[in-house]
Design a protein around this ligand. Structure first.
Ligand SMILES: C[S@@+](CC[C@H](N)C(=O)[O-])C[C@H]1O[C@@H](n2cnc3c(N)ncnc32)[C@H](O)[C@@H]1O
Length: 240
């Protein structure tokens, strides 16, 4: 084996040793550049979000938001009478979320792959823009199904593989586009999802799908080419 080949193998091994997990990348990224939007700006930018997230439909229910970020959506559930809990892994986001919700919702530090809750304890689990940043979505899905009560519902929003935005980002930024669409060019894990991939993650949840978010000139294509793939489903009443 040539010296050059040995060196490149060595480099590859070093790369694996020092490769950051998706959770580490997320924390480095959002601790340095937090994602804070005032409520008005967020819901002006995403007018469809309130309906898609069902902010107003969970009064009196135990609601968990996974990856609550700086707490804007979490606060909407609380304002509408839900017993809301948000978890996130990024310390800076948690601080901003606590300041925003002012005790109206519980805010905890937790990794979505290992949630600090007993089985069967939430009526509704919501997550917007988070699971595509995980390199272990299988564990996140397992946790969601574990902590939901039988008959409890899930509502998750992930980036869609088949979308106008994907093509547009490639047009604007080239193949390195994933470095340009979050808060900074610090690396962060991003996966793109199809219905099939979500069905594999949640095989027993009877998922239904919609797509939202597209350039206003292309509104009619939103159901097919929207940027967020939204899956809603339910934990079965009986295992098996
Ligand atoms: C793009 S931000 C979205 C935040 C919020 N849902 C929103 O829409 O504004 C992604 C969030 O997911 C969180 N996150 C990423 N991986 C996570 C994990 N494994 N467990 C918990 N939170 C995670 C990040 O810390 C960050 O707050």
């Amino acid at each position: 084996m040539s010296v050059r080949r040995i060196l490149s193998l060595f480099e590859l091994c070093l790369g694996f040793v020092y490769m950051k997990s998706a959770a580490r990348l997320a924390q480095d990224h959002w601790n340095a550049t937090p994602l804070f939007l005032r409520e008005e700006s967020r819901y002006d930018a995403y007018p469809w979000l309130s309906g898609a997230a069902e902010f107003g439909d969970h009064q009196g229910e135990r609601v968990l938001e996974i990856g609550c970020g700086t707490g804007a959506d979490l606060l909407q559930f609380a304002k509408n009478g839900a017993l809301a809990t948000g978890v996130d892994i990024t310390a800076r986001h948690l601080e901003l979320a606590r300041t925003r919700v002012q005790g109206a919702a519980e805010v905890l530090r937790a990794d979505a792959t290992l949630l600090p809750f007993p089985d069967d304890c939430f009526d509704y689990v919501y997550s917007h823009g988070v699971i595509h940043h995980s390199d272990r979505p299988d564990l996140v899905a397992r946790e969601i199904m574990r902590i939901l009560k039988p008959g409890g519902r899930l509502n998750i929003h992930v980036y869609a593989l088949v979308s106008f935005a994907t093509l547009d980002y490639i047009r604007i930024y080239g193949w390195d586009w994933k470095r340009h669409i979050e808060n900074s060019t610090d690396p962060v894990h991003i996966d793109l999802y199809t219905k099939r991939r979500l069905l594999k993650l949640f095989p027993n949840a009877g998922l239904s799908f919609q797509k939202r978010e597209i350039h206003r000139w292309l509104r009619r294509l939103e159901p097919w080419l929207g940027w967020f793939l939204i899956a809603t489903g339910q934990k079965p009443y009986h295992a098996g």
